[in-house]
Every structure is written in C-alpha cells, then in structure tokens.
Design a protein around this ligand. Structure first.
Ligand code: PLP
Length: 419
C-alpha cells in the first residue's frame, strides 16, 4: 500500500497548465493541449495525441463526441430552418416542448440556451408565482455546496463559499441552508417570504454529493405544507446522466419545476425550464430572449432524447455506471484510498474521494499526460479531494476498462511510497 502526498518541489514535473493564447480572456490556467477533434469517447489534441474523455464537455456530450445522430439532425435542420425568431413559433421548439412534457409530466416549458439561463428562468417564474399567489413572497432557498450557474442571480443562489459576493452587490432574495440536514428545514420553509427552494439531487460541482435518501421526500412534504415551489436543478443530473432520465425520480419526488441544460443538447447549447401548468403564471413580456426556442438547438435536443429514451439505453447507462463504480472501488482499495466508501455518485456521474495528501489536480494532470506516453485520460478535479468522472452515456465496457487502467497508472505515478 502507498501513501499519497503532493510531490516535493524538487521533483515537481514541468508545468502542465498554461496561460491563454492571444485573443482569449484569462479565466484561469488550463492544460496546454489544444483539442481539435472528437469521436465518441475520444478527443484528439493538435499534436495528434488521443485522450479518453471522462469529462465530455462537463457532462454535456450525452452521446460522446460528434455523434452521428446529433450531427445528422444538425445538418438537416441547418439546411431547413435555423431560427424563426423569438416572436414566432417553430415546429422544432413545439416538438421539443411536447416531448419534454410527455417525459417529465410537467406540462409546459421555456427553452433557453444554458443551465444558468434555465435556473434564472425558474427563479423568475417562482418569484412571479410568489407575486401572484403568495402575497409577494420572493425569497428562494438553496443549499450549501450547490451550484446553479454564473449569471448574477444564479451565483447568488449557489452555495459556493464567497461566490455571491464576487461581483457585489449580490442579487438579494436568497437564503442558504445546509445540504442534507433536516433540522431547521421546516422553520426555514415556513417563513412567509419564501416562494421556492432549489436543489440538485446530486451536487455535481461540489464533487458529486448525493441527496440523502429521505432528504428530497422531506423537502417535497415541507414544500406542500408551506406552499413553496420545489425546483429540481437537473442541469447536470438530468437526461440520463444518473441512470434514469431525471435523477429526482430515484427519490420518488415530483418537483414543481425542473431545470435542464448540459446533456439536453448533447454538446449543443440549450437549456429548459419545465413547469407544472398550475405554476405557469408568466405574462406577456415577462420572459424571452433572442435565441429562445432556437430551432437548430431544439433539433439537436430531440435527437438526444430519441437516443436516450430508446429501449435499453438507460439500462446500459446503469450497467456502465456499476462497472465504473466497481472498478473505482478496486482502484481505491489497491491504492489505499479507502475502498468502496471512496466512490460516490450514480449512473455515469461518479467521483473518487482522495486522501488529504493527494490533490485531485495533480492526479488529473498525471492522467492527462502520462509520464510514459500513450493515451491520456481526461478527468475533472471538481474539488481538491474529489476527482469527478463523467463519461459519455453510450460508452462501451471496453472503454470503461481502458479508462480504469489509465487511472490506475496515473495513481501509481503520483503515489509516493510511505516513508
Ligand atoms: N446547474 C448545475 C447543477 C450545474 O452543474 C451547472 C453547470 O455546471 C449549471 C447549473 C450552469 O449551467 P451552464 O454552465 O450551462 O450555465
């Protein structure tokens, strides 16, 4: 067994991150590779090196890179109708709305361009509902560790420490509660100014932290008791990522509002707010946006939904998820990371817990650029001690095994034998 520590400076590898090329704003250091092509589970950089991709655009590429189903749908739609404009109906937006309603049981939707826009839309809808039906209640409750986006309101909703104050003054009207804690929940929801609570069934950016078994049902019951809308942020967990089309069904709750993004477009920017008919109280002029209901994006989303709802697809996601989790547990035991308890998540949204001496960024660097050469593996250091893995949902068993072998080698590379 080995003990993991950060490498001392004298042994430090050459920098594996770099600053931006001219033209791009500096948003933080990134790996030096420039990616130019993707196919299925694989991504190639401009030096011709291939990488098994377990990031997939941050859980975006539902069907992997450049899937024929999405490429064909885009090509067909691009030659037919890109966009009619926000003031007109188009057939793709209507088809997507009806499809999402049939699949979710939530009768109406607003189709936007990102997860943040979807959550912003959900907050607006909840506040409008509060104005109309709950004496102006406008406060939205959310949870510590949550991530809901990078618009000003969704940053205020997010429970990332210090996030809301980054661009002070923060948007008012949000209160944060501890995730997975039942004490204090009833009192918080009973406050008359509360119109909604927004929650991720699995907190992705926090490092894949699942809602405890009874937490979402308790939240639903309290929402019912106090006339508060339950908003499930399924931007990361939805569209099969956790092994079911929507993750909230695994807790057996029906939210009033569900937000989608990421996997819905399979790599094409699209997001959606799904809502019960009874809460849809927007009036003309309240909501919109030039690209809402974009026909091209809706065509991509329809192709993704066709694939994800095809018979057997979600069974295969669950099987691949179990294979990945079992393999991670084996690696955790072999490398002294703590066995099955180090593996978190559902379906193909997984994370490996690392011990304090091993930074996930160091492991991600080693996986991406193995010292001995060969295939790289792309993984996401979501938190300093949580490595997040988000393969394409249609990944094959041999690809999962290959990725586990690459991760095994990376763990061996960063391991420092116990003194
Ligand atoms: N909500 C959740 C749960 C997310 O994970 C994310 C992005 O990571 C967002 C919202 C924001 O989505 P987008 O980056 O598409 O705006």
């Amino acid at each position: 067994m080995t003990e993991h520590t950060a490498l001392p400076p004298s042994d430090a590898p050459p920098p594996r991150t770099t600053f931006p090329p001219p033209g791009l704003m500096h948003l933080g250091p990134r790996p030096p590779q420039v990616f130019v092509r993707g196919q299925g589970a694989w991504l190639w950089d401009d030096a011709g090196r291939r990488h098994l991709d377990w990031v997939q655009g941050w859980a975006v590429n539902t069907l992997g890179h450049a899937p024929a189903a999405v490429a064909d749908a885009l090509a067909r739609q691009a030659g037919t109708l890109l966009q009619a404009g926000p003031g007109f109906y188009n057939d793709r937006a209507i088809a997507l709305a009806q499809r999402l309603a049939a699949l979710s049981g939530l009768e109406r939707c607003f189709i936007g361009t990102s997860g943040a826009e979807a959550n912003e839309g959900a907050i607006k809808l909840a506040r409008k509902w509060g104005q109309r039906h709950k004496a102006g209640a406008a406060t939205v409750l959310s949870f510590g560790g949550s991530f809901h986006g990078r618009t000003l309101a969704t940053m205020a909703a997010s429970g990332k420490p210090g996030f809301a104050r980054l661009f002070a003054p923060a948007v008012p009207g949000f209160r944060h509660l501890p995730f997975n804690r039942l004490d204090g929940l009833a009192a918080a929801l009973a406050e008359p100014d509360v119109c909604a609570v927004i929650v991720e069934p699995v907190q992705g950016e926090a490092g894949v932290v699942e809602a405890a078994p009874g937490f979402l049902p308790a939240l639903r019951a309290l929402c019912d008791a106090h006339r508060v809308l339950l908003v499930a942020d399924e931007v990361q967990t939805g569209i099969g990522r956790c092994g079911t089309l929507f993750a909230h069904t695994q807790w057996d709750v029906q939210p009033d509002i569900v937000t989608l993004g990421k996997g819905l477009g399979g790599g094409v920017p699209v997001g959606a707010v799904l809502a019960r008919e009874a809460v849809c109280c927007l009036e003309p002029g309240d909501q919109g946006g030039t690209y809402h209901g974009n026909a091209l994006a809706c065509a991509a989303a329809l192709a993704v939904l066709d694939a994800v709802t095809a018979p057997g697809f979600l069974d295969q996601v669950q099987a691949a998820g179990e294979q990945l989790a079992a393999g991670l547990a084996r690696l955790a035991a072999r490398h002294g990371l703590g066995g099955p308890g180090a593996v978190h998540g559902r379906g193909l949204l997984r994370a490996l817990q690392l011990p304090p001496g091993l930074a996930s960024g160091l492991l991600a660097d080693a996986a991406r650029a193995p010292a001995g050469g060969g295939d790289g593996l792309l993984v996401n250091p979501a938190q300093p001690q949580r490595l997040r893995l988000m393969p394409a949902l249609n990944t094959r068993a041999d690809e999962v095994e290959h990725g586990l072998a690459l991760l095994d080698a990376a763990l061996a590379e960063v391991a420092v034998p116990a003194a």
